[in-house]
Design a protein around this ligand. Structure first.
Ligand SMILES: Cc1cc2nc3c(=O)[nH]c(=O)nc-3n(C[C@H](O)[C@H](O)[C@H](O)COP(=O)(O)OP(=O)(O)OC[C@H]3O[C@@H](n4cnc5c(N)ncnc54)[C@H](O)[C@@H]3O)c2cc1C
Length: 407
């Protein structure tokens, strides 16, 4: 019979959230085992055309964990956010609101970073982390709570005893479902089609969000004359669009983008993501905590899902470091409840905000159209409301953990 291995913390899932969680804990002296069946230990990251708007506070976390520098400037600052509404018949755009920096010296609210670049940068750091052991080609199957810890069963028949089990296995967490955790879920009946494009005009660091009754389209600046497209569309039509021939796809996209981007060409494959809201009711239990998309999957229209996961990392690290310092059991429910309390408002705020905006804009109801125009007009003409919007995009609200603070 296999001897049970022991560690302080076991992390399931080495996506961006799980990998950064391992770095943050390893750097703070915790002994960590990170398990993911698809992690590539050679450091060779697969190139896929995804990208993320990384907020100013998330950038601070990446900087403090020595990951941001590994990007070697391969990111693009978002200098302005422009929200518009399209007339479904004429495709003309009406500008609803514009958010830009007060002056050039101000730090941008967020930066666009491509998936390949961020994963390569963080893998460089992760593979050098002394306290982190990475187990690949195996996954977590189940868990049994024991006295003083959990026994985590892997699908290669190995068992690991850990004081704390951190779960970041992504949307629709298989681990949460296996232990019959309850989710609050809503299927948006939408998909997001993601692709990278080149264009002849410069994007000037502008991020555009154009609202259609079938869902919003975002064009987000990448370095060079390139942009990332996130096109949310009603499900059946979305699958059709994703399978359409390149010329047809580009024609439809160009019409929808009006003159935001000119003479676009496709630079990548098209990827499709079904969209849903999925929030775990209780994300901490004795000995276990869910973070990242396993705990909360939200609509991508605000580009905040990953940022929310990065804020989970910063808060959990602080709670665990402080708890350990005073001799607390890091898997105890008392300590984990403090984390739950800290993170609950942010989860609630972003899930209800993204859900509300999607409901308000993804329809053709005349009354709602007036309501949203009035709402955005009010925001656009008030400096205080604009600042609040920009601070939210930057992640600059609530009680920030040290890893997200400027110094
Ligand atoms: C179209 C789109 C655009 C988006 N744009 C943005 C954006 O601009 N900004 C932003 O902040 N967010 C954005 N998001 C959200 C962001 O993509 C997610 O929040 C983020 O990728 C979640 O990362 P994660 O590490 O939690 O999960 P994942 O990336 O899903 O990683 C989960 C990992 O767990 C592993 N795993 C699964 N099961 C097991 C198991 N049993 N044992 C061990 N390992 C397991 C998997 O192999 C995987 O590696 C966007 C989302 C979409 C769909």
């Amino acid at each position: 019979m296999n001897k049970t291995k022991r560690t302080e913390i076991l992390i399931a899932g080495a996506g961006i959230v799980g990998s950064l969680m391992a770095i943050a804990l390893g750097e703070n002296g915790f002994e960590v085992v990170l398990v993911d069946p698809s992690f590539e230990t050679s450091g060779q990251t697969k190139r896929i055309c995804r990208s993320y708007a990384i907020s100013r506070t998330s950038k601070r976390l990446l900087k403090k964990l020595d990951v941001w520098g590994n990007l070697n400037e391969r990111f693009e600052p978002i200098k302005k956010i422009i929200l518009s509404e399209s007339n479904n018949k004429t495709m003309d755009l009406t500008k609803l609101a514009e958010f830009d920096l007060q002056d050039e010296s101000e730090e941008p609210t967020s930066y666009m970073v491509e998936d390949f670049e961020i994963r390569s940068a963080l893998n460089l750091k992760l593979l050098a982390c002394k306290n982190v052991e990475i187990l690949t080609h195996c996954k977590v199957l189940s868990e049994e709570i024991e006295k003083g810890g959990s026994i985590i069963n892997l699908d290669n028949d190995k068992k690991i005893f850990a004081s704390l089990f951190v779960i970041c296995d992504g949307p629709k967490s298989s681990i949460a479902r296996a232990i019959k955790k309850k989710f609050i879920s809503k299927d948006y009946n939408q998909v997001a089609i993601v692709a990278n494009v080149s264009h002849i005009n410069t994007h000037k660091g502008e991020a555009h969000q154009i609202f259609f009754s079938s869902g919003p389209i975002a064009s987000l600046p990448l370095n060079g004359n390139r942009s990332a497209i996130v096109w949310s569309e009603e499900k059946a039509k979305g699958f059709q669009v994703s399978k359409s021939k390149k010329e047809n796809f580009l024609r439809e996209l160009q019409a929808k983008l009006n003159n935001v981007l000119i003479d676009i060409t496709l630079d990548s494959e098209k990827y499709v993501f079904p969209l849903s809201l999925s929030i775990l009711r209780d994300f901490v239990d004795e000995r276990r905590v869910f973070i990242g998309d396993s705990a909360h999957t939200i609509h991508p229209l605000a580009g905040q899902g990953l940022n929310l996961g990065l804020r989970d990392i910063a808060s959990l690290t602080e709670i665990l470091v402080n708890g350990k310092k005073i001799g607390e059991d890091i898997g105890s429910i008392g300590l984990l409840k403090r984390y739950e309390q800290w993170r609950s408002f942010d989860r609630f705020l972003l899930s209800s905000y993204t859900d509300g905006i999607n409901t308000l804009f993804s329809n053709d109801n005349k009354i709602l159209r007036k309501v949203r125009r009035l709402g955005l007009k009010a925001i656009n003409s008030s400096t205080n409301l604009k600042t609040a919007f920009m601070n939210e995009a930057a992640g600059e609200y609530g009680h920030l953990p040290d890893l997200l603070k400027e110094t």
